[in-house]
Design a protein around this ligand. Structure first.
Ligand SMILES: NC(=O)c1ccc[n+]([C@@H]2O[C@H](COP(=O)([O-])OP(=O)(O)OC[C@H]3O[C@@H](n4cnc5c(N)ncnc54)[C@H](OP(=O)(O)O)[C@@H]3O)[C@@H](O)[C@H]2O)c1
Length: 201
């Protein structure tokens, strides 16, 4: 299955490499296509190609690796028809810029906001609980890292879990999309604990 990734930051570049190494065709899209080409050339992975956001959006599975605070929702809303019927892997955590709070109210997750903005997309929340540096060391302390996968679309969730089979992560069915509220909030707490009780470095 072909996966289109939007954004070449910490998560986008690592997820693109992870899926390509797992045997999937991946197009890593950027606002700056030259930057994407240089990044992809440096990675040297057979199944990984570079392109624009539009080229990445052609894939049947799309993964935006962009922050909500950087305008992701408005961007996705403009892409509503391009994303209709596609699986959208939502990795967002709606954290504010200093990671002290959320940009969403308590009774909603960014996954639900995306699903509401894109009613025809098949939204699956995943990788929200995986920090970027975990991709460089997924078997930290010989423990396999879990990816919590949430969705109301059972077939789309099953497809995303299958996509993860050859990756270094264990994919766990974490229930309906509403559970993204818990995953997103748990992740901010985990991030804060990383800096206090359980430093990883
Ligand atoms: N960092 C983590 O550990 C982590 C963990 C779990 C989930 N997430 C989620 O993953 C997503 C990406 O996080 P990240 O840490 O990879 O972010 P990042 O390193 O800042 O990269 C974000 C990318 O978004 C693209 N982008 C599009 N519009 C932008 C704008 N207006 N301003 C800035 N960048 C823009 C850029 O890619 P181009 O220049 O190539 O277009 C940029 O490289 C976020 O939704 C975050 O909540 C992050």
């Amino acid at each position: 299955m072909k996966i289109g990734i939007l954004g070449t930051g910490r998560m986008g570049s690592r997820l693109a490499a992870m899926y390509a190494k797992a045997g999937h065709e991946v197009i890593l899209g950027s606002r700056d296509v030259e930057h994407a080409h240089a990044l992809v050339a440096g990675l040297g992975l057979e199944r990984l190609a570079a392109g624009s956001y539009d080229q990445a959006l052609d894939a049947p599975i799309v993964l935006p690796a962009i922050f909500v605070r950087d305008g992701l929702l408005a961007r996705l809303k403009q892409l509503e028809s391009a994303l209709a019927g596609k699986i959208l892997i939502d990795i967002t955590n709606p954290f504010n810029a200093d990671y002290s709070d959320f940009t969403t109210p308590w009774h909603v997750s960014s996954a639900e906001q995306i699903a509401e903005a894109l009613p025809r997309a098949r939204v699956v929340g995943a990788f929200k609980n995986v920090f970027w540096d975990t991709f460089d060391r997924p078997d930290f302390d010989t423990t396999v890292s879990d990816v919590l996968v949430v969705s109301d679309d059972h077939d789309a969730k099953r497809d995303v879990m299958r996509l993860g089979k050859a990756t270094p992560f264990r994919h766990v069915d974490a229930g309906p999309l509403v559970n993204a509220r818990t995953v997103e909030r748990m992740t901010l707490l985990a991030n804060q604990l990383d800096y206090s009780f359980f430093p990883r470095a």
